[in-house]
Write a protein of this length. Structure first.
Length: 252
């Protein structure tokens, strides 16, 4: 008969105790952990550095803006060429903001324009307009011609002083595009252009009273009801003089 012996299982080995990380003191935590302000400053600094690296360099006039000043432009190549061809024709030469304005006699405007087109390559007339100086003794109007040269993209401005009720020659024989520009100057300022192929109003109608861009034209405009109430308003617009209005409100 065999002896029954109980087998005692081995006792389980206890798991090793986990090593606990040493607790940091509050001073150490404050020293090592960045604050929200520090993180914000760092991000802002990084953003500024990145934007500075990406931003293109500024032009000199943007780095230090300087108000342009009027300068003498008698040495301008076009001014000297014009003066050499027609001595005494350049009455004044002014440079402002990089652009040159030449004052020439109104009586010689056609030959000046023809020379600048054919000899100085100003093939394009950009605009033709006027400025009204009603109280100026030397002449009421400045007639302005804007010329453009395609080769170097240079623009040249011509200025001709003109008295009121004195015509100036048309330059449609030099640039055909001057046709409607001179019509506009005639309509808005009342300047007449001798030799124009069809000088008539272009923005208002024939018979309109006054020229809207003259400085003595009413700022509030005039009543243009002539086409609607011909019995009340005279042709061209504007109320008739009081002595011409009868008791019924009609014009005599």
């Amino acid at each position: 008969m065999s002896d029954d012996k109980s087998i005692t299982p081995p006792e389980p080995t206890p798991p090793p105790e986990e090593e606990k990380a040493p607790e940091r003191t509050s001073d150490a935590a404050e020293t090592q952990a960045p604050t929200a302000d520090d993180a914000g400053k760092a991000a802002a600094s990084a953003g500024e550095t990145k934007s500075e690296e990406q931003a293109p360099p500024k032009d000199p006039w943007e780095e230090k803006p300087v108000t342009p000043q009027h300068e003498q432009a008698a040495e301008d190549p076009d001014a000297t060429a014009l003066e050499r061809e027609m001595p005494g024709v350049v009455l004044a030469a002014d440079r402002f903001a990089g652009e040159v304005t030449l004052t020439v006699p109104a009586a010689r405007i056609v030959e000046v324009c023809r020379f600048l087109k054919h000899d100085c390559d100003y093939k394009f007339l950009v605009d033709l307009t006027a400025v009204d100086w009603p109280e100026r003794e030397e002449g009421r109007f400045d007639v302005i011609y804007w010329l453009h040269r395609h080769d170097d993209s240079k623009r040249l401005r011509l200025r001709a002083v003109l008295a009121d009720d004195v015509p100036i020659a048309t330059v449609t024989t030099v640039w055909k595009v001057a046709n409607w520009m001179e019509r506009e100057a005639y309509d808005m300022y009342g300047i007449r252009f001798d030799g124009h192929p069809g000088l008539e109003r272009i923005l208002t109608w024939e018979g309109f009273n006054g020229h809207p861009l003259r400085k003595d034209f009413p700022v509030e405009g005039i009543d243009t009801g002539a086409a609607i109430y011909p019995d009340v308003y005279p042709p061209g617009g504007g109320p008739p003089p009081e002595e011409e209005v009868d008791e019924k409100g009609g014009a005599e």
